[in-house]
Design a protein around this ligand. Structure first.
Ligand code: NAP
Length: 410
């Protein structure tokens, strides 16, 4: 939609008020970003138009970050961009290059931390027709809630031999009696009760609202008792204190309800991370919503996505109390820049999450059905073509054309 007329989303008391003609800021991204953004935007506009005619539309507002921002403003992440996301509440982005040695660890991490988008949410489920490495990819339907601001992503670490590492080791030796080798590098793993609880709260609320079956707290608490173990304990505590009528712990399920989930209740359980990784493969259908600290979430998101077709198909969102940035989960794939070649599905499906967040469910469903139909017809980009016998390999833009064509057929 090219019209410049539109309104902002307003957030009030944790609720979104979405106008019929809504302004959404977008960052097209670096590398393959412009190709996948152009394809995705056409798919989104076609779906909105198909579902709502002229009564609803998205008015896209470009905001700058990454290489394009640097070329035009001399800054990698202009304040104006952060302000626009805050002001418009919801935004969507392509992948961004991480400038090496330019003062940013990662632009993506900076956006998440500056805007306090504390939950990284990744739904992982199989779409019809997508080639996958397991026999029953259809058994996977999980939503991962990964803490986004603490744990190892807080970024407190010091190199071996640095003055900071030496000072900290001295403190540890004198005050806590901890002896370490002189050439040790050090990192901190901060995890707060407050930060963990707000992430788990979001996961439980989501499960209750969407009538999901369970929330599994995934941790390594057998070894890291006061960080990962506490994450588990805080999760059960939160469920008891704030969601007593909506949840039941796995222990109570067996001691009080003979293993039968009372209607309307979400089961809260926990699993140790290494066990959970194999359970996701062997007992996939027993898991539903998963809540976990940052590093566990990093590993699980990609491992789970691989089971149902890989990162090219994996959508994601970073969400705070109300502000949300939806994004392709893969990087800029620089060797394919400008080739109109890569799979736009990660960004398209992130858009699906965005429309669900806006409450435009029909638009979200229309896009998913059309993507499934297209892939089932064997029309795919190079990445899926190499795994799919008899596939018709197409370019990014042609894939979008086919998806739009399949909306018209439905
Ligand atoms: P990458 O860009 O994700 O690409 C790695 C490989 O994944 C590609 O060579 C390609 O595999 C495959 N791939 C990625 N996107 C694809 C798509 N849409 N369709 C099909 N295949 C796709 O990872 P990277 O090369 O490690 O990182 C490049 C840059 O991206 C770095 O600057 C990094 O910091 C940044 N990055 C940004 C984000 C983000 O913005 N959220 C995330 C990760 C990395 P084949 O070679 O097998 O074809």
């Amino acid at each position: 939609m090219t019209s410049s007329v539109g309104d902002r989303i307003r957030a009030q008391d944790g609720h979104l008020h979405v106008p019929e003609h809504v302004i959404i800021p977008f960052i097209e991204g670096d590398g393959v970003g412009p190709d996948i953004w152009a394809a995705s935007q056409r798919v989104f506009d076609a779906a909105v138009q198909r579902c709502h005619g002229t009564s609803r539309s998205v008015v896209w507002k470009e905001i700058l970050a990454g290489e394009k921002a640097f070329k035009e403003t001399g800054e990698w992440l202009p304040q104006e961009t952060l302000d626009a996301i805050k002001e418009h509440v919801v935004a969507i982005k392509g992948p961004l290059t991480t400038p090496v040695g330019k003062g940013f660890r990662s632009l993506n991490v900076s956006i998440r931390q500056i805007l306090d988008l504390y939950a990284c949410i990744r739904p992982v489920r199989w779409l019809k027709g997508v080639p996958a490495p397991v026999k029953h990819p259809e058994r996977m339907n999980v939503v991962i809630f990964r803490e986004n601001t603490e744990d190892v992503y807080a970024g407190y670490e010091w190199p071996s031999g640095s003055e900071e590492a030496r000072d900290l080791m001295e403190f540890l030796r004198i005050r806590l009696g901890v002896g370490l080798r002189e050439d040790t590098a050090l990192g901190l793993k901060p995890m707060s009760k407050w930060g963990s609880k707000r992430l788990i709260r979001k996961a439980i609320r989501y499960s209750l609202e969407r009538k999901r079956r369970s929330v599994t707290l995934v941790h390594k608490g057998n070894i890291m008792k006061y960080t990962e173990g506490a994450f588990r304990d805080w999760g059960y505590e939160l469920a008891r204190e704030e969601f007593a009528s909506g949840t039941v712990s796995e222990d109570d399920l067996y001691s009080e309800y003979e293993g039968k989930v009372p209607p309307g209740k979400v089961v809260v359980k926990d699993r140790i991370a290494d066990n959970m990784l194999q359970q996701l493969l062997t007992r996939t259908e027993e898991y539903d919503v998963l809540a976990m600290p940052n590093l566990n979430g990093d590993y699980f998101s990609d491992a789970a996505a691989a089971q149902v077709g890989g990162l090219g198909m994996a959508p994601g969102a970073n969400i705070g109390d109300t502000t949300a940035v939806f994004e392709a989960t893969h990087g800029t794939a620089p060797k394919y820049t400008g080739m109109d070649k890569v799979n736009p599905c990660s960004l398209i499906l992130s858009g699906v999450m965005m429309f669900e967040y806006l409450g435009w469910q029909e638009v979200a469903d229309t896009v998913v059905s059309a993507v499934e139909e297209t892939i089932s017809q064997g029309i795919v980009t190079y990445d899926l073509a190499r795994m799919l016998e008899g596939a018709k390999e197409v370019k990014t833009s042609a894939f979008a054309d086919a998806v739009i064509g399949n909306m018209d057929k439905a």
